[in-house]
Design a protein around this ligand. Sequence first.
Ligand code: FPP
Length: 263
Amino acid sequence: MTTGERIIERPFPPAAIAGSSSSLLPVHVGIIMDGNGRWAKSRHRPRLFGHRAGVRAIRPVLDAFHARGVHILTLYAFSTENWRRPDDEVRGLMRLLGETIDRETDELHANGIQIRAIGDRGRLGGKLQEKIRMAEEKTRENGGAILNVAINYGSRHEIVEAFQDAVRDGTDPLDLTEDVLASHLYTKGLPDPDLIIRTGGEYRLSNFLLWQAAYAELFVTPTLWPDFGAQDIDAALEFFAGRERRFGTTSDQVAATGKKHRA
Ligand code: FPP
């Protein structure tokens, strides 16, 4: 079989992004929470002070997205590259993650939010792995919204692992399809993100959801993560509502559907 013969005809719009409550609202938003260090530095405080402020910013952001009808959020909390940071920062971030799960799980559960973690858990401490497992277990049946936290996450690693997993499951490497690969990603079962927001002003994805964000709109704001709030969320959603999503088709084809976004 040639590569060309394996290309799948995809429906327009793709099924994975159909089904939003409103066509102008993203179903799934990914957030690269950058700028904690600069926020702390501008206050002459250590980087961990910024990360603690970053944690405090999360709850109001979740609530604001939820209030606006966005029900799936993926937060980039710790990347596979973040291990290269100074030891005390890494240890502090790990401690913060554990403390945050301890402090927030019950209330998130009471609000019907399902907590999930994506990433390679094997390198995390045993206690943190257990906290993650318990938070996921407790909230597994919740249907209100999904909070997906990327911890020790790296997209390239995820894609390589997904490929290996598919092969271990019996897929002939030459028969691998996009759908089979996607079904082995950490995000299996979730729609792809429609919108990726990056705070802190840098225009890059930093190994975040590279596969899943293939058609995502990108919104970069100079606001540093601890300062990110309702105004920035409204700006991001307004930006998204104004985009014409073509998924590889032409403007004329989109116009023929009569919608700027999805059916
Ligand atoms: C990037 O800012 C931020 C991180 C590497 C960590 C993000 C983590 C949190 C907000 C806290 C933990 C999250 C949860 C879900 C409990 P940076 O340090 O690179 O900032 P800089 O670019 O200004 O230096």
